[in-house]
Design a protein around this ligand. Structure first.
Ligand code: ZN
Length: 116
């Protein structure tokens, strides 16, 4: 089974795609809302619904809360010991806890992930 953080990242990516497809900028850069873009929106929406079922409801509620608050960037990459969302220094114990826990920035409340 995939880790919850990976599922949340997938969910955020799908949300960004949907946001992109319906944004005025998307049309401005020359893409027209065509039947294809409606088709892909339906496909993304279906995938999103399926994905949501695999995510812990508590985490999902937290995810929705952060989306409402910040609009995007629900999951942020931690850069060394700093939060990549609000740039504050994270508690020192996160370095050891990150291997086994899904951590949330104590300052901005976003989900954190590490790439190295
Ligand atoms: Zn933060």
């Amino acid at each position: 089974m995939k880790k919850q953080i990976e599922l949340l990242r997938e969910l955020e990516e799908l949300d960004l795609m949907l946001k992109d497809l319906s944004s005025p900028q998307y049309k401005k850069i020359g893409f027209k809302t065509s039947k294809q873009s409606l088709d892909i929106m339906h496909i993304i929406e279906r995938r999103r619904q399926k994905l949501k079922k695999k995510i812990d409801p508590k985490l999902l509620a937290e995810y929705e809360r952060i989306v409402k608050r910040y609009g995007a960037r629900v999951l942020v990459q931690a850069v060394k010991e700093f939060c990549g969302g609000c740039y504050v220094k994270l508690p020192a114990e996160f370095a050891t806890r990150r291997a086994s826990e899904l951590l949330i920035c104590p300052n901005c409340g976003r989900f954190l992930y590490w790439v190295s």
